[in-house]
Design a protein around this ligand. Structure first.
Ligand SMILES: [Zn+2]
Length: 265
């Protein structure tokens, strides 16, 4: 049976709901999403067989992005839809049929609680966490389109400064695939900021195989969209999160004015 009964297979009354929202009546054209906002684990899954230290790391969530997302939502008066469970439970920016949706290994860490996972358990994680999150993003976008509210999708992420022993030079990157309008503007404005190393589809590029939020919610609906990746060592503490939220609020304010001038929103 579809609906709430599916969720009860995994989450109980003491687990947090998967979807977090801020500023639902926000008037900004930018709709913010954060797929890797939280690192909660459903009580029924214990600790997935991992020591607590692994949940401090990037493999469990996007370190620092929650603080940036909350502040940016407030400053832009933008609706934020975020997901509270760890990407080690189910990755909300992967197609559910991708091997990395429920990772057996992340960077060099084996996830014991994901090894040999049964089909029913995979379905329960999807029904409890992935589906409600993406259903909510879809509902919000459809409602905005129905009401002719300009909607530009911005998917917020952060990346580890060193991955598999390789240091990454970028402070921030824009991520995109098919949108040729917003990402070039964002690159232009970020590159005008002093002392920033800006990645153009670095450290990742968006693809249908490795991403979900941008291809499904942005590209399939023809919305302007971009992903943003901020290097995690810059936003580890509240001061860094505030500085980056301030910067992005200013940059997106300028971009909004430009898009209006160009008649794109
Ligand atoms: Zn992420």
């Amino acid at each position: 049976m579809a609906g709430p009964a599916d969720t009860s297979l995994l989450l109980d009354g003491q687990d947090v709901p998967p979807v977090h929202e801020d500023n639902t009546a926000g008037r900004s054209p930018f709709l913010l999403t954060s797929d890797h906002y939280g690192r909660a684990i459903p009580r029924a899954l214990g600790d997935l067989g991992l020591p607590a230290s692994e949940f401090e790391r990037h493999i469990a969530w996007d370190v620092g992005i929650a603080g940036v997302a909350n502040a940016l939502s407030k400053q832009l008066d933008a609706h934020l839809i975020a997901q509270r469970y760890s990407r080690l439970v189910i990755d909300c920016n992967r197609p559910p049929d991708a091997a990395s949706s429920i990772p057996r290994i992340s960077e060099a860490t084996t996830i014991p609680g994901n090894e040999g996972i049964l089909r029913e358990a995979v379905e329960a994680r999807r029904a409890a966490i992935f589906d409600p999150y993406h259903r909510r993003i879809g509902e919000v976008i459809e409602a905005r389109l129905r009401d002719s509210v300009p909607t530009v999708l911005v998917s917020l992420h952060s990346f580890t400064p060193v991955y598999a022993g390789v240091a990454r030079p970028w402070h921030i990157g824009t991520l995109y695939q098919r949108d040729t309008r917003l990402p070039p503007l964002l690159l232009e404005y970020l590159r005008a900021e002093p002392n920033l190393v800006v990645g153009d589809n670095e450290p990742y590029a968006v693809s249908d195989d490795t991403d979900y939020t941008i291809p499904v919610h942005g590209e399939k609906r023809g919305l302007m969209n971009t992903g943003i990746e901020i290097r995690q060592d810059l936003i580890t503490d509240p001061d860094g999160q505030k500085q980056w939220a301030d910067r992005l609020a200013r940059v997106f304010g300028e971009i909004e004015a430009t898009l209006r001038t160009q008649g794109l929103i």
